[in-house]
Design a protein around this ligand. Structure first.
Ligand SMILES: C[S@@+](CC[C@H](N)C(=O)[O-])C[C@H]1O[C@@H](n2cnc3c(N)ncnc32)[C@H](O)[C@@H]1O
Ligand SMILES: [Zn+2]
Length: 290
């Protein structure tokens, strides 16, 4: 992460303790009330208050597996499509206003989708929020316009009200009230969730956690009073994955918490090689209710 990106990001951040503005110092950010937070050597800002639970954070091994999987390009066409939608949803205001418009990726993981979005929005800065410091470390290196922040999506976000032109939320937790607060009134929230067909061929043999049939409806009802759905599309592709990619797919997901690497390798070894796998997502675009 370049220093000028850090200062651009800090201008949008607030103190997680008292809510005051933050300023960037040498190796740390602090507020006027002397609350101070480290800028890690690896380039991310840790704004998680001490003692916060990071129970749902992706582990180092999960983040490595995710990085390896996406690096093979299996989700590249989907990332490009999402980036098109970010560019379209944020519209002509991008680049025309003073300062850099902000794209927040809530639960950014390695920063893969935010990187694709920034490719379509060259004047924007990207804020990668994740509770996993391993993810934040990766995201900070993913693109020179990304600033990475460790924070908990379930709590109050350390972001100024009305700061974001767009929020991405790809396979990650949602906080409707906070998304609404940090989004500009003319901003867009882009939510990607799996359909019930996602990875359907391997759910049973690999003992993955399956997706609820009405996942998309759940997302709508959670966002209900605060956002209007303006567009929804489904995207489905057939992937042919070599065994190493299937192992990475399992190791990057939540079921890896319950299975050892050896166990995962044994299960994958029992499948055809390559493995035909369906990737199936719903992209929903919301705007704040008027
Ligand atoms: C399934 S991964 C998706 C990552 C990324 N959006 C992608 O599509 O590659 C979910 C991410 O959400 C993060 N996460 C889980 N709980 C969180 C929370 N409470 N606050 C912030 N991030 C969280 C995890 O650490 C993980 O990086
Ligand atoms: Zn403070």
């Amino acid at each position: 992460m370049m220093v000028n990106v850090l200062s651009a990001i800090v201008a949008y951040l607030t103190c997680p303790v008292c809510g005051a503005d933050l300023t960037l110092g040498r190796g740390s950010v602090s507020c006027a009330n002397n609350h101070s937070f480290d800028v890690a050597r690896q380039g991310y800002i840790n704004l998680l208050p001490g003692g916060a639970h990071a129970g749902t954070a992706d582990t180092a091994a999960m983040v490595e597996a995710r990085a390896a999987f996406v690096a093979e390009g299996h989700f590249a066409s989907f990332a490009a499509l999402l980036a098109d939608h970010v560019a379209a949803a944020t519209g002509p205001s991008f680049g025309l206003e003073s300062g850099s418009p902000l794209i927040v990726d809530a639960g950014a993981g390695t920063g893969y989708h935010l990187t694709a979005a920034l490719g379509r929005c060259p004047s924007a800065v990207g804020m990668a929020i994740d509770i996993s410091k391993f993810a934040a470390r990766r995201a900070a290196r993913a693109h020179p316009q990304i600033g990475a922040v460790v924070a908990d999506l379930w709590g109050r976000l350390p972001v100024r009200s009305g700061a974001a032109s767009a929020i991405l939320n790809v396979f990650a937790p949602r906080n409707p009230g906070e998304f609404r607060r940090i989004l500009r009134p003319d901003g867009s929230l882009l939510v990607v969730s799996p359909t019930a067909r996602h990875l359907q061929e391997v759910v049973r043999p690999l003992q993955l956690l399956s997706v609820d049939d009405d996942k998309t409806r759940q997302v709508d009802s959670v966002l209900g009073d605060l956002f209007d759905l303006v567009d929804r599309t489904e995207h489905e592709t057939g992937l042919l994955l070599p065994h190493l990619a299937v192992e990475a797919l399992v190791r990057m997901g939540p079921s890896s918490r319950h299975h050892s690497s050896a166990d995962i390798r044994d299960r994958v070894a029992g499948l055809a090689d390559p493995v035909p796998v369906t990737a199936s997502f719903t992209l929903s675009i919301y705007r704040p209710t008027g």
